[in-house]
Each structure stands twice: as structure tokens, then as C-alpha cells.
Write a protein that binds this ligand. Sequence first.
Ligand SMILES: [Zn+2]
Length: 432
Amino acid sequence: MQPRADQPAPRDPVSQDTLLLSGARLASGQVVDVRLRTARIEAVGAPGTLPPAAERLDLSGYLLLPAPAEPHAHYDTALLADRIPNPSGDLDGAIQGWLDYQGTVTRDDFVDRATQAALLGLANGTTAIRTHVGIYEPVGIKAVEALLEVRERLRGLVDLQLVALTVQLTGPECADLRAMLRAAMELGVDVVGGCPQLDPRPSAYQNLTLSLAAEFGRPIDLHTDETLDPTILNLPHFAALVITTGFPHGATASHCVSLGIQPSERAAEVAAQVAAAGMAVVCNPQTNLFLQARGQPTAPVRGLTALRPLLDAGVTVAGGGDNLRDPFNPVSRADPLETASLLVTAGHLTPEEAYTAVSTGARAAMGLPEVQVAPGFPAELLAIQASSLGEAIAGGTSRIVLHQGRMVSRTTVTHEFPDPQAATLVGHPSLP
Ligand SMILES: [Zn+2]
């Protein structure tokens, strides 16, 4: 019998915008089902206890985690390592190589490499990315325009935040650069950035960029003290500025390398000031282990910030990947688990602290809402074939990435052993 046209259609008991993740292991070890509705986590319960959903994803053997976020990337320079040499291997060499080359890069090249870089990050589990975009002569705001296009093109797959990055900014000779920075903000760049340490007047640079961020109502994220020269320490002025102006839009200091070699009392004092300012600090282990301490052939100092004093002071600490196969680091791989692994081995954080830095800490530094695997939180999730957080950070296994409540990436890792003797071991439980 056909239903009459004026009768309401029978109501589907299963909402079409739901997804049930079944049999996932949480970091606590508990195995659960998780029901997602649209972009949020609706319910978490014992296996088999949640209502059915329109779709089901079997996560048996997977650890379900809040998705990582990337708080510090450079997608305008990404994937250029084979084109731009950096013979000295240090920061000056990388900057000079890039500045000499950037005028030749086409808009399409910026778009293609940034898209590829973002998708590499997404495949590794990153569903929100903050990338700096350089503004210099002669490239001007070409890279900014290209990255704005990429931000729109990838909407729905990964959330991109753009940071307008200038090198020198103060003085009459930089009037054009200040105009370009303002133009970039007017075009819709999300965050005011910069490198005060590379300008002859770092404090004036910090004042100028903070005023601009306040005027546009946007966050600020400055490359701060990316040097092992202990006499360069601009972070206290940055924190004092945030405190005295009551800057309300979110302030992040990236790198803070020289803080890591201050005497412990001084490091603790500055960390307390940064905590009082409510700022976040982003540690970028891959790049700063590569670039810094090049002149020290034995026992080189590690170019990391004062991680433990910052954590002890209650500062939001985030871990960033920074450069992706460019003259600043030829071997990184857009993987937040690589960042977390280095925070464990080189930064001496625990696996839990390290994963927090690349997920919760990163999202906080980016001004994004927290994610927990619990009802009501955003459905930004990484499922990784592992049984513990340490095994997950070790990486090398299959991953499923969920953004806004739907699967946006799946990477499947398989091992093949043509030798029959080895092949019999593939089913061994310790092998993925
Ligand atoms: Zn950077």
C-alpha cells in the first residue's frame, strides 16, 4: 500500500548524520564505543550499549585520541629542500637561501606545495594547522594570496590558520613592508606574526605587531628568541606587553630557544611572567635540533626551550613541526607524532606530556576549543593502531583521521615478508 501524499514519511530511527566508532581503546586502556553526531562526540559507552548510527567504523585494535593540531608550520617554504641549498645548515643560511629564492616562486607553486604539505599533515592526524606565511620583497603578498586560496580549498578537510610573517618591520625603510602586512590582514589572514629578533629594534617591533593585532582583533604569534645567544631574550618584553595592554586575543611565543639556556632561576622567573600573561609557548624540536648549535662539534646544546620550567609555571606548552623538507630542515615529515617523540627523547617530557603538547596544548595555542574523547567535545579524533600512548607516539602504524565527525583520511600500513620463514611471523601479536 502506498502512503498517502499528505501522510508524513515514516521517520528513520537512525539519524543520517551519526557515526558509531566501535571497539576503540582509550588512552586509559578502557575499550569503548563512541557515537558521533555531526561535528561533536555525542556519547561514549561500553561496547554494544550505544544506539545504532547511520554508519559504523570498527576501531578494534586502534587507540582513539584527541586529534593532534599543528601550531607552527611554514607551508610557503615547504618541500623546497631539493631546490634551495643551505650549506651552513644554520638559521642564517636557511633564511638567506629562502630570501634569495622566494622571488622566483609562482602563485601556483605556492598553492601546490602548501596543499601537499597540509594533506601530509592531515594524513598523519592533524585536523587544524597554523602556518606562517612570509611577506618580504620581492614576493610581497603573493604567498599570502596563495595560502588564502589553499585555506578555502581545504575547508571541510582540515582547518588552516594563516599567520602573516615579516622579518624586518620598523624604521622608515620598512614602510612598504608595514603596508603589505596591513594589506595581508585586510585580506583575511588570521594571526599577526613576525620575527622581532631579526629587526634592529625588537621591542619596537613587538609593540608595533601587538598594536596591529589589537586593531584587527586577531591573535599574535611571534617567532621569539630563536637563538642560542643567551643575551638575546625578548620574551619578557613580549609577556610584559601582553600584561600591561590586557591584550585579549591570544598571544603565542614560538621557539623561545634562548630561554632554554638561561640559569634555572631566570628561566623560572620568565616562565612565571609568561604564565601570568596567559601566553602559549611553542617548542619546535625538529627544526631547532637541526639549526642550532652548529658551531659545537661535541656535546652540542639542544635548541629547545625551557620545557620543564614552563610546564611547572603552568604555561600552555605546544609542540610544533615547523619546517617540512625545506632549507630550515631537510628531513621532517609533517607528523605530530614525530614532534611528540622528540619532545620525549630530546625534551625529556613523558609520553603523556608530549602528546598533550601536540594536541591539547597545540589547540589552546591556536585558540581552538579543547578536545576530549567525551560527550559534548568536538569530534576531532585520531585513531591509531596501537595499544598504548607510547606505542602510538612511536608511530609507523595505520591511522584513521576524523574531522568534524567524519572520516577524512585513512592510512593503512602493511608489512610484507617474501621470505616464507619471516612470513610465518606476520601473525605474531606484536607485529601490526
Ligand atoms: Zn617558524
